[in-house]
Write a protein that binds this ligand. Structure first.
Ligand SMILES: [Zn+2]
Ligand SMILES: [Zn+2]
Length: 316
């Protein structure tokens, strides 16, 4: 009987071939699932009003995405991006479709139509809707890092929500197998943005694998578990924190939402476990678990990157 022994590198190569590397968002579901999850999480939450506001954004994003006509990259653009190992829909250089401002206007109108929001939110929506095209394009550039400029933190969630519609219209048109990996594992292979959080999926063929979720285009890409998504450290540098574990006084590892921290770069991102709760959604559950951010801040860790619907002065 002959036995073939594989070297460690060969085993890893074989394993990585069988793991689906990328999940592109499902156009008909991504924002619908997010809004439903936000509505659920708002019940009993100390930040219920904010989650309901974000649910209205997501509902309107869903409607705006329905008839958003995005022009995909040409074969030549794709080949050039591939050749230079650059993301083909780079947030900092892709020409936005002017229609993104129509999505923004619809988002403002939806917020204005609500009667439950505080007056300051309504005033903000009116201000964004009345802003000039040039001012909105400048804000979009500042948010996406196209050029330096002051981010208007208050209006950022509105603008970001509309930009997400633009980029999700593009990313959802890709076949997962056509997305080329980049040399930098911590950025989105389609648009080059940072992930909002990561998610361990429970359904085949993704079962047990961890995916980073793009803050802008909702693309997800595989990263091995127990590895820092910011600096690549692994092993003993990685620790897990959760509110339930903290309350129990021990790491029982039972929480559906945890923070994965890194002692090398002192940063963290949240990691969600679908096997604990299949309804978990990265943007919504990251927002709703704000108390976990406070816990990590107390322990001296910094968020590796922000939530697209919650901007702070530091990000600006
Ligand atoms: Zn992306
Ligand atoms: Zn790190």
């Amino acid at each position: 009987m002959s036995q073939r022994i594989l070297e460690r590198g060969q085993i890893e190569t074989l394993a990585s071939r069988s793991i689906p590397r990328v999940r592109v968002p499902e156009r008909s579901q991504v924002f619908a699932q997010r809004s439903a999850r936000l509505r659920t999480l708002a019940q009993g939450s100390p930040i219920a009003d904010y989650l309901r506001f974000c649910a209205v954004l997501a509902e309107t994003q869903h409607a705006a995405l329905g008839d958003f006509a995005a022009t995909p990259p040409t074969a030549a653009q794709l080949a050039l991006a591939h050749e230079h190992r650059m993301p083909p829909l780079a947030a900092t250089s892709w020409a936005r479709a002017p229609q993104w401002r129509e999505a923004l206007s619809a988002i403002c109108a939806a917020v204005l139509a609500q009667t439950e929001f505080p007056a300051e939110v309504t005033r903000l929506a009116a201000r964004v809707r009345a802003a000039s095209g040039d001012a909105l394009e400048a804000q979009a550039d500042a948010l996406l890092g196209v050029r330096d400029g002051a981010v208007d933190v208050a209006s950022a969630p509105f603008v970001m929500a509309a930009l997400q519609v633009n980029w999700t219209a593009l990313s959802s048109g890709f076949a997962a197998g056509d997305v080329q990996p980049l040399d930098v594992p911590g950025v989105c292979p389609l648009c080059g943005s940072l992930p909002v959080a990561s998610l361990v999926r429970a359904q085949r063929p993704y079962q047990g694998y961890r995916y980073l979720h793009c803050t802008l285009c909702a693309c997800e890409w595989h990263m091995v578990r127990v590895q820092c998504s910011q600096c690549g450290a692994d092993g003993k540098d990685i620790a897990y924190h959760s509110l339930t574990d903290a309350a129990a006084g021990e790491a029982n590892g039972d929480a559906a939402v945890r923070a994965e921290s890194c002692s090398r770069c002192r940063s963290y991102r949240k990691i969600l476990y679908h096997e604990k709760d299949p309804a978990l959604e990265p943007v919504a559950d990251d927002l709703a678990s704000l108390a976990l951010d406070l816990l990590l801040a107390e322990e001296g860790y910094e968020r590796a990157s922000g939530n697209p619907l919650l901007w702070t002065a530091e990000q600006g």
